[in-house]
Design a protein around this ligand. Structure first.
Ligand SMILES: [Zn+2]
Length: 276
């Protein structure tokens, strides 16, 4: 599933192509549930002739700013892919919708698993989306103290807390495993038992792995592409995720895979000693 780095790259690559473009209409909608309950006719009418003035990201949502106080929010979920394609591009069997632009191009959404979503938000809707998510880890507000304020009081394992979008926005299974390996913290370590140096290491590790993910164009395990159709390369930089049986790059102990809060979890049993 795309996480913060992948969604950021998708948003940036979309922005580079469509800023200033005007939407002509919605077409090729083969999966109306992608609209999250909005009536397709209403949706198509509401977005027509709106101009795209910005494309950003909030948590794992791509947020497209339109004129007149409207926003489009796109969630890639498991397998979604947004791209900008020529007008002549035909929808294929995984295409869930296309936004036709006045200049003739299409913003196309392909999604084999069909979990992706497209919402049209007014200011209140945007505020609700914002309020549903925690602090953004690549903003100046994300200090060590802010990380501790979000998580440290909890008598729960650190990994599921990192995945809780209401606490920290954008971190998913891959980058949580990578950050905990880098910080040498066991994923089952209780947050309320982490010491001050560990919080410092975890903060540094989260920022580092997310920035590295963005720098490498995100991670592509299977479906992820940016809005130019390019896969990421950060999957070649993993130190823990998906590396069960391979030597830890710090200590050569084989990486192991365990399950923490129902999620496959990868760690070095020597660098990240079990808290029990
Ligand atoms: Zn190790």
């Amino acid at each position: 599933m795309p996480e913060l780095p992948e969604v950021q790259r998708a948003a940036d690559s979309l922005a580079a192509q469509v800023l200033g473009a005007t939407i002509a209409g919605l077409q090729a909608l083969d999966w109306p549930r992608a609209l999250d309950g909005a009536a397709p006719d209403w949706f198509a009418e509401a977005i027509r002739n709106r101009t795209i003035s910005a494309v950003g990201r909030r948590a794992k949502w791509i947020v497209v700013t339109l004129d007149a106080g409207w926003w489009l929010a796109i969630h890639l979920r498991m397998s979604g892919r947004v791209s900008v394609v020529p007008a002549t591009t035909a929808a294929d069997r995984h295409t869930r919708w296309q936004l036709r632009l006045v200049d003739g191009r299409l913003i196309q959404f392909d999604d084999p698993r069909k979990f992706g979503r497209l919402r049209l938000l007014d200011a209140a809707g945007l505020a609700a989306l914002d309020a549903a998510h925690g602090i953004e880890p690549l903003t100046p507000a994300f200090t060590v103290a802010a990380l501790q304020a979000a998580l440290a009081a909890r008598a729960r394992a650190i990994k599921p807390l990192l995945l809780d979008q209401q606490r920290i926005a954008g971190v998913g299974n891959i980058y949580a495993d990578e950050a905990l390996w880098r910080a040498a913290i066991h994923p089952r370590q209780r947050a309320d038992q982490l010491d001050a140096p560990a919080w410092l290491r975890l903060h540094e590790a989260l920022v580092a792995v997310l920035r590295a993910g963005i720098a490498h164009g995100g991670s592509t395990l299977r479906d992820y592409r940016d809005a130019y159709g390019q896969p990421g390369a950060h999957q070649h930089e993993f130190r823990a995720y998906g590396r069960a049986g391979l030597p830890c790059e710090r200590c050569t102990t084989p990486i192991v895979r365990i399950v923490v809060a129902q999620r496959g979890t990868h760690l070095c049993p020597r660098c990240q000693p079990c808290p029990d």
